[in-house]
Design a protein around this ligand. Structure first.
Ligand SMILES: [Zn+2]
Length: 377
């Protein structure tokens, strides 16, 4: 079938931001442009604004000079490969791999937005934090994961940067003091970030008419405080419309544990992503990148990984188990590695926009700015 550009990429064009279908004759083909990277590229002319553009504007590889297999990059990342190791294997520089990870993370965010738009939510939710660090152990972080109870479908993830706690030598305490003269993590970071996630979870459940809203978590006091503080959900707890079921985090981590979906993810993140392996030298250097890689992992978990290794249906993904049409999933599995993700065209949740825009960060750790063509959310 003939390729049809989805919209005019000129931000000043009257058609640019339109979500309604454009008239069939809004563009015309206008020859080819030779490139060294992919040969001839189809060009188009917009009949509404008179500007030209090419098919490449809608390609995941927009603005790249080298074509790499994204599926392979995703698989390397979720198979515990260190970044330098992956670079050697692919024969690329660390900068180039970082660029592809940045792209894949945004592709994954759009994929998740599509998944959420077709999800018939009808299960309790499980919520938990996953602790790791980026840059050094003086900058621990906490990833809040919201997962469905039966299908183990990850709904969303946000994060908080924490203050280093636990046992420290006198030298380490002094070092922390020194560092905190420049910047100090908020003491209520876990409470605020979990409150945001729990509020969204309650909205999702209520929006899907799934009452009472059941949230399962461990006994961390921040979670119950956060839930109780929510309007209107906090007051609904007394009426039995919101049920917060708490399980000790020390309980045996078996399949029958109510927190199994998050315990499972915790284990997978710890072993699949090299940066979260305990005592690893491959730890993350920046929070922003670490979150992006977590997002790639979670999208892989939802839409590519089978629900159970020994399940009767070897193609059943977590997304399908959660009730999403397998035809849509099959289509997205192709599109995610092909069609450039435009955040502004999706209904991205706040947590997704935060990851996209790299809003969760340690201000004293600088990162190379995101290229302009990836700043589309
Ligand atoms: Zn136009």
């Amino acid at each position: 079938m003939d390729y049809r550009p989805p919209f005019c990429p000129n931000p000043g064009c009257p058609s640019h931001g339109q979500s309604s279908p454009l008239p069939p004759n809004w563009f015309r083909k206008s020859g080819f442009r030779p490139t060294k990277v992919v040969g001839l590229v189809q060009r188009f002319h917009c009949n509404l604004c008179g500007k030209g553009f090419s098919r490449r504007s809608f390609d995941i590889d927009y603005w790249t000079h080298r074509t790499l297999d994204y599926h392979r990059i995703q698989n390397l990342l979720v198979a515990g490969t260190g970044l330098r190791q992956a670079c050697r294997f692919l024969g690329v520089s660390t900068n180039l791999l970082a660029n592809r990870h940045a792209r894949l993370a945004r592709q994954s965010l759009v994929l998740q937005a599509r998944g959420l738009s077709e999800l018939p939510l009808c299960e309790p939710l499980v919520f938990d934090g996953f602790e790791s660090f980026a840059y050094s152990q003086f900058f621990p972080n906490n990833l809040n994961l919201l997962v469905t109870a039966d299908s183990q479908f990850v709904l969303g993830v946000n994060a908080a940067i924490l203050r280093r706690k636990g046992r420290m030598t006198a030298k380490q305490k002094l070092r922390r003091e020194e560092l905190e003269k420049q910047w100090r993590a908020s003491p209520s970071a876990i409470y605020r970030s979990s409150r945001e996630m729990l509020n969204w979870g309650c909205h999702l459940e209520f929006g899907a008419y799934h009452l009472p809203i059941v949230i399962r978590s461990d006994e961390k006091s921040e979670y119950s405080r956060a839930l109780k503080s929510l309007t209107p959900y906090g007051s609904w707890m007394e009426e039995g419309l919101v049920d917060h079921q708490r399980t000790s985090s020390k309980a045996e981590r078996t399949l029958t544990n109510p927190l199994f979906p998050v315990n499972y993810l915790d284990r997978q993140l710890r072993k699949d992503l090299a940066e979260h392996v305990r005592e690893s030298v491959r730890f993350a250097r920046r929070t922003e990148f670490s979150l992006e890689r977590a997002m790639i992992h979670l999208a892989h978990h939802n839409y590519f990984k089978v629900f159970r290794n020994r399940s009767k249906d070897p193609k059943m993904t977590h997304a399908q188990k959660a009730g999403i049409d397998p035809k849509s999933i099959a289509q997205w599995q192709v599109e995610v590695f092909r069609d450039r993700a435009f955040g502004w065209r999706q209904d991205l949740e706040k947590w997704a926009t935060d990851i996209w825009r790299r809003a969760i960060r340690v201000p004293i750790h600088t990162v190379t700015p995101l290229p302009a063509h990836l700043r589309t959310a």
